[in-house]
Write a protein that binds this ligand. Structure first.
Ligand SMILES: Cc1cc2nc3c(=O)[nH]c(=O)nc-3n(C[C@H](O)[C@H](O)[C@H](O)COP(=O)(O)OP(=O)(O)OC[C@H]3O[C@@H](n4cnc5c(N)ncnc54)[C@H](O)[C@@H]3O)c2cc1C
Ligand code: FES
Length: 263
């Protein structure tokens, strides 16, 4: 049996159980979302004890070196003892400054950070609510804009997206963890062609990357395909068309399955 120590109490893990499942099963609140190693909302830090390699896959070297691991991917070996701590020190306080409806089911949420957070447009952050609810969102904004812009799709019955749509007003406080993800514009090859394609709120990181590339003086062709089921699912259409008019190397292609309004 493996065991985990958290805030001075020991918690036994069942055979093959992850640290996340074991702690949640025994009533310890740990922020989490995907439970599949994709969102990094369950980051914890090993204070002592061996961390399985699989629990650090996809983490930045700086996080690995400091002992951070994904609790949902961490299955300690039988007989080992792991002392863990939360990842509060990786979180930055932030304030909601603005909420804007972009389409029938997409909301732009703008956050003002209360401490520096080194990030690039196109990466993603995890928003952590005061009660620990955590969800990840891509960054549509550029660092120079001074605020983080997230495009939140309203999921029926969604805990975080429903909260943003229903209850949140400017001034609401959250924490932001991250950023993570390697999908961002890297200057240095200004003539390279860029192909950006996404559906729904998959536009968020692309909207950031596109503007980063254009502002960085990218001269190669840039094609942005934004797909939606119907025209109501497209958003930021006017802004993208205006960018296409100003930048001859940028081509915007809205695509819809039905109903016209796109291609
Ligand atoms: C790296 C990463 C980046 C992300 N970026 C964005 C982003 O930019 N914008 C964005 O809106 N979301 C993004 N997400 C998804 C986001 O983190 C949440 O999962 C999403 O907002 C739903 O959370 P919720 O709390 O509202 O719904 P939940 O309470 O988690 O789910 C409510 C119900 O809806 C279902 N559900 C959850 N998500 C979806 C979905 N997408 N489609 C259909 N059913 C669903 C669940 O299975 C559940 O039954 C990203 C996720 C990851 C891992
Ligand atoms: S819960 Fe998403 S990475 Fe662990």
């Amino acid at each position: 049996m493996a065991k985990v120590r958290h805030e001075s109490a020991w918690y036994p893990l069942e055979s093959g159980e992850t640290v996340l499942d074991g702690l949640l099963r025994q009533g310890v609140p740990v922020p989490h979302a995907c439970r599949a190693g994709a969102c990094q909302s369950c980051l914890m830090r090993a204070v002592s004890g061996p961390v399985p390699e699989a629990a650090q896959v996809g983490l930045k070297d700086t996080l690995r070196a400091r002992g951070y691991f994904l609790a949902c991917a961490c299955r300690p070996q039988e007989g080992t003892a792991l002392e863990v701590a939360g990842a509060a020190e990786l979180r930055v306080p932030a304030r909601v400054v603005d909420l804007e409806s972009l389409s029938a089911d997409v909301l732009a949420v703008r956050l003002e950070l209360e401490a520096p957070l080194d990030h690039r447009a196109g990466q993603y952050v995890t928003v952590v609510r005061a009660d620990g609810l955590a969800r990840s969102y891509s960054l549509a904004s550029l660092p120079r804009e001074g605020q983080l812009e997230l495009h939140v799709r309203l999921v029926p019955g969604g805990a975080m997206s429903g909260w943003f749509a229903r209850d949140v007003r400017p001034g609401e406080r959250v924490h932001v963890q991250g950023p993570a993800g390697d999908c961002f514009y890297v200057p240095g090859q200004p003539e390279a062609p860029l192909l950006l394609a996404g559906t729904g709120t998959g536009l968020a990181p692309l909207y950031g990357i596109l503007r980063d590339a254009l502002e960085s003086g990218h001269t190669g062709s840039i094609h942005l395909f934004h797909g939606a089921r119907d025209p109501g699912g497209l958003y930021r259409v006017d802004a993208l068309r205006a960018l296409a008019e100003r930048h001859p190397n940028f081509r915007y292609r809205p695509i819809v399955l039905a109903g016209g309004g796109g291609e």
